[in-house]
Design a protein around this ligand. Structure first.
Ligand code: HPA
Length: 245
């Protein structure tokens, strides 16, 4: 079973991946964020794609989520582990923490969010009650435990449009809604994966406290510093996870 890792901000390269080749995939939905990297990690074949491009130039609202997921499906991928930087809203989810969310609230707009819109033989509504794949999540929870990553194993991910960060009032609204985390790339990625019947789960890395919670201003320098710490933990989780897939 082939596994793909979609790397977000702070993970444009997968340390330890012995790269065999890169593959350009053209899709009916346009071009993915870059060529798909094929390689071996912890003895397993792994595909890697940097969500924002290998040069980190594609902002969250411009990512071609449909092309990225279609390309992975085309390459026979079955499991997708999505790594994503987020802001922490829940007090237990401070900078540097790894969170394996189990729910999503979608606040994004105007993104291509479905494969099911043209040339349909029937209208399709995928079940999305539990947006992340249960079995893959369980394996990630076990891997996080084995890696001693101090991960929080559930939480609700609020997906915002970006690319700007939120206002303090928006974060209070997200908190009232029940969001524990806020990020800009979780949707429509998760829903598109479900439409393609890919087993998809997310590993979120808290880069900063969400707006207005613990500081006057959120700087890219703070985000980058926390992500370096968090990504070491992500690598440890992947190291425990990959051999089990
Ligand atoms: N908000 C939205 N997306 C993010 C944040 C944030 O505070 N930090 C990292 N990605």
């Amino acid at each position: 079973m082939t596994v793909a890792i979609i790397g977000g901000t702070g993970l444009t390269r997968l340390k330890g991946l012995e790269i065999t080749h890169r593959e350009v995939v053209h899709t009916p939905y346009g071009e993915p964020s870059g060529p798909i990297t094929h390689g071996v990690l912890h003895g397993r074949e792994v595909l890697f794609l940097a969500r924002h491009g290998y040069g980190h130039t594609i902002p969250p609202h411009k990512v071609n989520y449909r092309a990225n997921l279609w390309a992975l499906k085309h390459l026979q991928v079955e499991h997708v582990v999505a790594v994503a930087a987020v802001g922490g809203i829940n007090e237990a989810m401070g900078p540097g923490t790894i969170v394996l969310p189990d729910q999503i609230i979608d606040y994004t707009w105007s993104r291509h969010h479905t494969f099911f819109e043209n040339d349909l033989t029937h209208v399709t509504h995928v079940d999305f009650t539990y947006p992340y794949d249960h079995a893959l999540r369980q394996r990630m929870i076990q891997a996080a435990g084995a890696a001693d990553a101090g991960a929080v194993i559930d939480g609700t991910y609020g997906a915002t449009q970006g690319p700007r960060l939120e206002t303090a009032a928006e974060i209070q609204r997200l908190r009232r809604d029940g969001c524990d985390l806020v990020g800009m790339t979780g949707m429509p990625e998760a829903a598109l994966a479900r439409e393609l019947e890919l087993a998809y789960a997310a590993c979120a890395v808290v880069a900063n406290w969400a707006a207005g919670l613990h500081s006057e201003e959120i700087t890219m320098a703070d985000i980058e510093r926390n992500l370096v710490r968090g990504m070491e933990r992500v690598r440890a989780v992947l190291g425990a996870l990959i051999p089990t897939l």
